[in-house]
Ligand binder design. Structure first.
Ligand code: UDP
Length: 318
């Protein structure tokens, strides 16, 4: 198999490239290095069966050529991280929507299977926890930019489903919940790399809001295993599938776990949301996936728990 991974220099994309390459498959990475880093795949760069293309998923000719040459497309390229999305609102929408339009159009032209990664953000403020793939979504107003990300990714999902319905393009949509592991940068706001860095430096861990909001953090190795299994599963085409951990933890408890796993002397500091994101920011209170569909389709469930995930991040963090 020759796999095209858009966003292959990113955190999840680079782990996916590692796994496919280790399996003896060929990999073409396409990345514009906006948030991805070439260092993430440096160890693979000159290996046989590897090709790296630097450019954007919005570039028609580049995407055309890459899709034509591959057997299947893992489309991961996207704006990422709440902080970045708040800081670069126009670029966020453009990369997500235009990029996916371009990728799906060329994949459809050459009939190449696509796995599109979406996000648990699409569930928005829904309180129907655990979130099921066909549950209702609850978005906030267009004046609050956080919701642009969820809406843009939801539009990508609609487009993928439209190609499936109208021309039977084999396309699976995977909604990723909070995914963590080595190579994830805290630069775009992600909580675990930020907490680990602060804990190791003896600085206070900054918990936004009251710390009662909760999340489920899944190890990237588990997520990558799920992505490959779903791409290999023809029953997953035309489906939306959640991938994530079901081990729920409040952010306050997470801070304590990070301090304990890293044997740190750091304190926890509560920081109001508006100090970080400006006025009018809305956070999700709980976010827990139902993973029944992934279990049913490919027998997937996470194997590595939160403690192991924190330890792996800590071990890889300078
Ligand atoms: N968060 C925090 N401190 C940080 C970064 C994030 O308290 O340094 C909180 C954030 O407000 C959210 C949760 O941790 O409630 C998870 O944030 P992240 O950006 O990792 O992912 P999200 O689930 O918001 O996409």
């Amino acid at each position: 198999m020759r796999n095209l991974i858009t966003g292959g220099c990113g955190f999840i994309g680079s782990h996916l490239a590692d796994a496919l390459h280790a399996d003896g498959q060929e990999v073409i990475v396409l990345d514009d290095l906006s948030t991805g880093k070439i260092e993430n795949i440096r160890h693979l760069e000159n290996k046989p069966g590897m090709q790296v293309l630097i450019g954007s998923v919005t570039e028609q000719d580049l995407v055309h050529e890459a899709v034509r040459k591959c057997d299947r497309v893992f489309h991961l390229a996207s704006a990422v991280g709440v902080k970045l999305i708040m800081e670069r609102p126009v670029q966020t929408i453009d990369t997500i929507v235009t990029g996916t339009q371009v990728v799906l159009a060329h994949a459809n032209r050459y009939r190449k299977p696509v796995l599109l990664t979406s996000t648990s953000e699409v569930y928005g403020k829904s309180t129907a926890v655990p979130f099921e793939e066909d549950g209702d979504r609850l978005s906030g107003p267009t004046t609050k930019h956080r919701w642009a990300y969820a809406c843009a990714k939801a539009l990508d999902e609609f487009l993928a489903m439209a190609y499936w319905k109208s021309s039977r393009l084999p396309v699976a949509v995977v909604r990723l919940f909070n995914t963590v592991g080595p190579r994830q940068t805290g630069q775009y706001g992600m909580v675990i790399p930020n907490f680990v860095r602060s804990a190791k430096a003896g600085l206070p861990l900054q918990v936004y809001g009251d710390g009662n909001q909760s999340r489920c953090f899944c190890h990237v190795a588990d997520v990558v295993r799920g992505l490959i299994a779903l791409m290999d599963c023809s029953q997953a085409y035309g489906e939306v599938v959640n991938l994530g951990s079901t081990e729920e933890v409040t952010i306050m408890e997470l801070a304590r776990r990070v301090i304990s796993e890293t044997s740190s002397q750091s304190d926890v500091l509560l920081v109001p949301y508006e100090h970080v994101f400006g006025e009018g920011f809305e956070d999700m209170v709980r976010r827990v996936p139902s993973i029944e569909k992934a279990k049913r389709l490919v027998g997937w469930q996470p194997e590595l728990g939160l403690s192991r995930t924190i330890r792996d991040v800590a071990a890889s963090c300078p």
